[in-house]
Design a protein around this ligand. Structure first.
Ligand code: SAH
Length: 426
C-alpha cells in the first residue's frame, strides 16, 4: 500500500483496545495503552509475569485462550502481538471486516496502523514514524528528546510567561557520586532549574552541564570545618522560590538520609513554598554495592541498619543505642563514621559483636577516586588510619562483606578478604 501515514493522537481513555498475544511484544505495548486509560482486553493462552501482574491487579481484562473474531466487538483498536503469521492474519482479517485499525508487530506491511517512537515532556508528546525503519525513528526520537531536555528549562507553559509563574523548590537526591546515578526526574528538574543550591558531595559533573544563566549557590558543608548555617540555606531556598524561581536543592545521595531535607521542607512549607521531593540513590546502599558488597544476601543477612557515626557513642548527644546494635546479626552501615570509628568499634566489641566480624570501608564510592578497605571489626579502626582513608566514606560491618567473595560489581575481583584479613584497593 502506498501513501504517507496520517498521524493522529488517539484518545483511548475508557475505550476498548484488544491486545492479542501475551509475550514480549505485548509486555512492551500494554503499559502505554494502560497509561492512555484504555480498557485493555488481553487475549492469550499464557502471559509473561509482567502481564500477569497487570491482570492480577485488575488493570486489564485477560481472556486466557486463543483469539476469536468476536473479541473485536466493541473495540476501537487492536494490537497483534503474536509470532504465528496465520494467527496474526486472522486477527487482521477480523479487524478489517469491522473497520478497526490493526497494529501488527510481526508484519508492518499488513498493518493498518503503525506505532511511532515516542518521547513525552509534560503535556507534549512527540511521536516519530521512521518510514519503515524503526531504528531511524528511535534515533530521531532520541535527538528530539535531547533537544527538548536542553530547551525545556527555557520553555514555559502557554499563558504563564516565565517570571510570573509561581516558584517552587525541588529537593533532589543527586546520588552517591557517579553523575549517571541521579534519577531521570532529578536530571530533568536540574535542566529546568533557575537556581541550583548544591552540597559539597554533589557530583561536580552534574553542575558542569547546567545552563550558563543558572544561579549556582554552593552550600558546601566541609566536614569538621566551618559550615554555612542551615538557616541561611533555608532562607535562600525560600527567597528565590518566592521570587518565582524553580529552585533545585541538590543533595548527595538521598535527601532524607542524614541530609537535612526534612528541615528544608519544613522551612519551605512554613513560607508557603511548594516542594517536590525526588529520592536519590543513597550511599548507604550504593557505596557497599560499588565495593561488591550487597547489604542483604540470602542466607547471610535479613536486615541492614543504617546509622550515623558523627556523634561519639559515649556522648550525651548520641541518639543511637550502640549496645543494642552490637546484638544484631545483620549488616550495619555507618555513615559519617570515620572520626569516631575507634570508639564505635570499641563499643560494638564491648557489647558482644565478635571481633572477627567482616568489615569494609568504602571511600568516595562510585567515583574515579573510590578506595575500598577490607578488614574486621577488631582491626578496622587501626587499618583506616594506616591506609589514610578520609571522608566521605561508608563503613560496612557484617558477613555480607564476604558474601560475594570480594568480587567487584563487574565481576572483577575488587580486593578479596586477603590472607592478613586486610587489603586495600583503589
Ligand atoms: N544523603 C546522603 C548522606 C549524607 S551524610 C546519602 O544518602 O548518601 C554524608 C555521609 O554519606 C558521608 O560522611 C559518608 O559517610 C556518606 N557518603 C556520601 N557519599 C559517599 C560516597 N560517594 N562514598 C562513600 N560515602 C559516602
Amino acid at each position: 500500500m502506498s501513501g504517507n501515514p496520517y498521524p493522529l493522537g488517539l484518545r483511548l481513555a475508557g475505550r476498548r483496545v484488544v491486545v492479542v498475544g501475551g509475550g514480549a511484544v505485548a509486555t512492551r505495548r500494554v503499559p502505554a495503552l494502560l497509561d492512555a486509560g484504555a480498557h485493555v482486553l488481553l487475549v492469550a493462552p499464557e502471559l509473561t509475569p509482567a502481564l500477569r501482574a497487570h491482570a492480577d491487579a485488575g488493570r486489564l481484562h485477560w481472556a486466557p485462550r486463543r483469539f476469536a473474531p468476536d473479541d473485536l466487538d466493541g473495540a476501537w483498536l487492536v494490537q497483534v502481538a503474536v509470532d504465528d503469521p496465520l494467527a496474526a492474519a486472522s486477527v487482521s482479517a477480523a479487524a478489517a471486516e469491522r473497520r478497526i485499525f490493526c497494529v501488527r508487530a510481526d508484519d508492518r506491511a499488513a498493518a493498518t496502523a503503525w506505532t511511532p517512537a515516542v518521547t513525552r515532556h509534560g503535556p507534549v508528546t512527540v511521536a516519530v514514524l521512521g518510514g519503515g525503519d524503526p531504528r531511524r525513528a528511535m534515533a530521531v526520537r532520541d535527538a528530539v528528546r535531547a533537544l527538548l531536555e536542553v530547551r525545556e528549562g527555557t520553555l514555559s507553559a502557554p499563558g504563564t510567561p516565565s517570571g510570573t509563574r509561581p516558584g517552587r523548590v525541588a529537593l533532589v537526591g543527586a546520588g552517591p557520586g557517579d553523575p549517571e546515578l541521579i534519577t531521570v526526574r532529578g536530571w530533568r528538574l536540574l535542566t529546568e532549574a533557575d537556581v541550583v543550591v548544591a552540597d559539597r558531595l554533589v557530583p561536580g559533573l552534574l553542575l558542569d552541564e547546567l545552563r550558563a544563566d543558572v544561579e549556582l549557590v554552593d552550600a558546601s558543608k566541609i566536614p569538621y570545618g566551618p559550615s554555612r548555617a542551615q538557616e541561611e540555606i533555608n532562607r535562600i531556598l525560600v527567597d528565590r522560590a518566592l521570587a518565582g524561581k524553580l529552585v533545585v536543592r541538590l543533595k548527595g545521595g538521598d535527601p532524607y538520609v542524614f541530609g537535612r531535607g526534612g528541615e528544608e521542607l519544613l522551612a519551605c512549607a512554613a513560607a508557603g513554598v511548594p516542594v517536590t521531593v525526588v529520592p536519590g540513590v543513597t550511599s548507604s546502599i550504593a557505596a557497599p554495592a560499588a565495593a561488591g558488597i550487597p547489604v542483604t544476601h540470602r542466607g547471610v543477612a535479613h536486615e541492614f541498619t543504617v546509622v550515623s557515626g558523627h556523634v561519639a557513642p559515649d556522648s550525651p548527644a548520641s541518639l543511637v543505642r550502640w549496645d543494642a546494635l552490637a546484638g544484631l546479626r545483620g549488616t550495619l552501615v555507618v555513615l559519617m563514621g570515620l572520626k569516631n570509628l575507634a570508639a564505635i568499634t570499641a563499643t560494638l566489641l564491648a557489647h558482644g559483636r565478635p571481633a572477627e566480624t567482616p568489615a569494609a570501608v568504602v571511600q568516595e564510592a562510585t567515583t574515579g577516586s573510590q578506595r575500598v578497605l577490607r578488614s574486621t571489626l577488631g582491626a578496622v579502626a587501626a587499618d583506616v588510619l594506616t591506609a589514610g582513608l578520609r571522608p566521605p566514606a561508608v563503613v560496612v560491618l557484617g558477613d555480607v562483606v564476604d558474601a560475594l567473595g570480594g568480587a567487584g560489581p563487574e565481576g572483577i575481583p575488587g580486593g578479596g578478604p586477603g590472607q592478613t584479613g586486610q587489603s586495600l584497593t583503589g
